[in-house]
Design a protein around this ligand. Structure first.
Ligand code: OGA
Ligand code: MN
Length: 298
């Protein structure tokens, strides 16, 4: 039986039924998923029963997989296999993390609007988050459509953003939640990287506003002007009409196009409820300045 696509919103979010991601999709189904994905940008697959390996195999259909950042490593042990990011509030012994856990504190930046891995030279293209255990209240994930947000910008702003480049860094978003405790070695491993502020999505030809809480500064603007511009653009892109709130059910897999969405995790009582959510991430093809043919030099 072929997969079934059910729109949740007219052109941003859809649910996909009659798909079992624990087995390779047949080519026609994979093509139908891909077509829906380029049209929408957020796809929800309910009721999936996946091992981490099956999760990675589905992600790998969309390109090369990302590996874990060095700062998130906890010695030689890990709750999840290589390639799977552990977004849970659980520790290595499967208990709830202490509130002063370093990784918990760093991950608080996931509550700010962002898109994944823009602090890497080659950022993320597709993220796939799988919900193994869901808290009874809170912990939803919100998504904003930055293509629709771009389309709604005044022409004057579109012209202003043309060719503009911002520096993104892991440290910039952590600083926004008050986390600055990086070692010298970690700092060296997390240099700021340039990304364009407007990009074109090849599959649809649509433009998207490419901003995130990872932005430390906008090249060619003063720090004050750059911060004000980024705040204004994120506020614009996350106005209610561009936002979908995903209320998790256990065993949902949600995939999103990092090139044209913003997302954030909403708060929950993470000292009380278990939330075991894991992500496989597909890399983009190149740095966004290269993709847009823009020089990152100031
Ligand atoms: C992510 C992320 C938010 C959440 O997986 O990239 O930002 O709700 N998650 O856990
Ligand atoms: Mn994220």
């Amino acid at each position: 039986m072929a997969i079934t696509i059910c729109p949740v919103t007219p052109d941003f979010v859809a649910e996909v039924g009659d798909a079992d991601l624990s087995r390779p999709l047949d080519p026609a189904d994979l093509e139908a998923v891909a077509d829906a994905f380029w049209k929408y940008a957020v796809l929800v697959f309910p009721g999936q029963h996946l091992t981490p390996e099956q999760h990675l195999e589905f992600a790998a259909c969309f390109g090369p997989l990302e590996t874990k950042l060095e700062v998130y490593r906890e010695g030689n042990r890990a709750r999840t296999p290589r390639g799977i990011e552990d977004l849970s509030n659980l520790d290595l012994d499967d208990g709830i993390k202490r509130t002063d856990n370093r990784i918990r504190l760093m991950r608080l930046a996931n509550r700010l609007w962002h898109t994944d891995s823009t602090f890497k030279r080659v950022p993320a293209k597709v993220s796939m988050l799988y919900g193994r255990e869901i808290p009874p209240i809170g912990g939803h994930t919100e998504y904003a459509d930055t293509r629709a947000a771009y389309d709604a910008l005044p022409e004057r702003m579109k012209r202003r953003l043309q060719g503009m480049v911002a520096e993104h860094s892991f440290r910039a978003s952590r600083a926004r939640v008050g986390f600055t405790d990086f070692s010298e070695k970690e700092n060296v491993g997390l240099p700021p990287v340039p990304q364009v502020m407007v990009r074109t999505i090849p599959e649809s030809g649509r433009k998207s506003l490419y901003v995130a809480s990872h932005i430390g500064r906008v090249l060619s603007l003063s720090p004050e002007e750059g911060d004000a511009l980024v705040d204004e653009l994120i506020a614009h892109a996350t106005r209610r009409q561009f936002v979908y709130t995903h209320r998790w059910r256990q065993f949902d897999l949600v995939m999103w196009d990092d090139r044209c969405t913003l997302h954030r995790g909403l708060a929950y009582d993470d000292a009380r409820w278990r939330r075991d959510i894991q992500r496989a991430t597909v890399s983009d093809v190149a740095n966004t300045c290269e993709q847009e043919g823009i020089s990152a030099a100031e």
